[in-house]
Design a protein around this ligand. Structure first.
Ligand SMILES: [Zn+2]
Length: 114
């Protein structure tokens, strides 16, 4: 997918892929050590065992924050990622649960892998 994007002049830079239970725990603990309460932190950081990153089917593109939604990479993904069986896990229009994560994309079995 990244090489196809590059043909269109779009550089897809991966910020994060697989994360172990232990690493996810560290990410959450670090946010809380920085003064973020658990209730606030879990809006953005799944508790260990609840992150899609443990599945190995998920990538976070860089920058992994809301500014990603204004990048050419995000526009390219919105138009093309489905051809590569990738979809947004937490789209802007998703009701409840996780906040919008435009940088976070999950690979699905869709039978049309190129
Ligand atoms: Zn993610």
């Amino acid at each position: 997918m990244a090489s196809e994007a590059l043909k269109a002049g779009v550089h897809l830079e991966v910020d994060s892929g697989f994360r172990s239970y232990r690493y996810q725990k560290q990410v959450l603990e670090k946010a809380m050590a920085d003064g973020v309460s658990f209730d606030v932190a879990v809006r953005w950081i799944a508790p260990p065992g609840y992150s899609e990153h443990i599945t190995g089917r998920v990538v976070d593109f860089s920058p992994s924050d809301l500014t990603f939604s204004r990048t050419a990479a995000y526009a390219w993904l919105r138009a093309n990622a489905s051809f590569f069986c990738f979809g947004e896990s937490y789209p802007e229009t998703r009701a409840g649960g996780f906040s919008w994560e435009p940088w976070h994309w999950r690979h699905e079995d869709c039978g049309t892998d190129r």
